[in-house]
Write a protein that binds this ligand. Sequence first.
Ligand code: NAP
Length: 350
Amino acid sequence: MTRILTNAPVLVTGANGYIASWLVKQLLEQGHQVHGTVRDKTNTHKVGHLLTLADAFPGQLTLFNADLFNEGEFDDAMLSCEYVFHTASPFIIRGLNDPQKELVDPALKGTRNVLASANRIDSVKRVILTSSVVAIYGDYVDMQNINEDVFSEKHWNTTSSLQHQPYSYSKTVAEQEANKIHTSQTRWDMVTLNPGLVLGPSLAQASDSTSLSTMLELMDGTLQTGAPNLRFPIVDVRDVATAHILAANTASANGRHVLVASSVSMLEMAKTIREKFASRCKLPRWEVPKAAVWLVGPFMGITRDFVKNNVGYAIEFDNSKAKQSLGLTFRPLAETILDHAEQIIEDGLV
Ligand code: NAP
């Protein structure tokens, strides 16, 4: 792979996260000086894996404390950096008490704070923003209103709100805010990445990412009586990390990039895992009828509106821009799913 043309340090916000940890690892492997922000660098439960990486790459990784809510906290970490990878933002779907405080505020205020630092720190040349496909669509049923077979970079989520799909809403308003701040200045440019549901082995042991809970629930017996007919647009965590580096390395890169290898149902994922690890986990074998999901959904933290607008619908994405303009190759889905399943089993999580 090409190398970012800089000897200056690069900044990764939320460096301990599921996606960011792979990004930090790949950057270190390529010889970069990496500045990583975390909420508390003395919290070994959260950052232990980064400390292990720091030992493996002596002198290359420096951690800084910075909270998305606090103005100016990203300045120190950003000093002398040319590339800023802004990944930090909560990815929590269920069990929310106050979506404004838990999702929208950190996504939106965090984006403002990180990009205000980029405006203050003269060395910054490019920001790579980790958005999501959920800034492109709100519900699977929205596919019927676009008069096309696939969602792509030109589409925007217009149906999510604080009350319905608040995580999707948080990513949409954060990406829109980033665009506004980006176009109000000319020193740094911005490349946006819109990954689907990211799966694959985790380096982070204490991430709250819904990626990890989704895969765990598929394997730990929670869905043994059956899975809803839900198709996920999947991408491998290692490919997402690589896409971030390609987005920095490719001078001509600009705008949004859909990162989805392909879409797959929960039962198809279970089938792939069963072929290799049948005796090691408790996988769903049957599909639960939509009416039954609608009935029990609220007891499992899924709203009836979500069930109505998503279960049983297909969803597809056009990933050609990421392939062509970044030169990204998506690894086969089976490799992503099996590597992730293997890690869950090896770690004794099921
Ligand atoms: P993750 O492991 O939970 O990472 C989220 C990161 O954000 C963590 O480092 C977390 O720190 C940090 N963060 C949360 N609130 C913060 C705050 N107030 N101040 C500072 N840092 C804060 O989740 P992930 O899956 O890697 O997600 C990373 C990014 O990718 C997010 O922007 C997410 O929206 C985006 N994304 C994820 C997926 C996916 O399927 N995973 C798909 C598309 C886009 P703590 O560990 O201290 O909480």
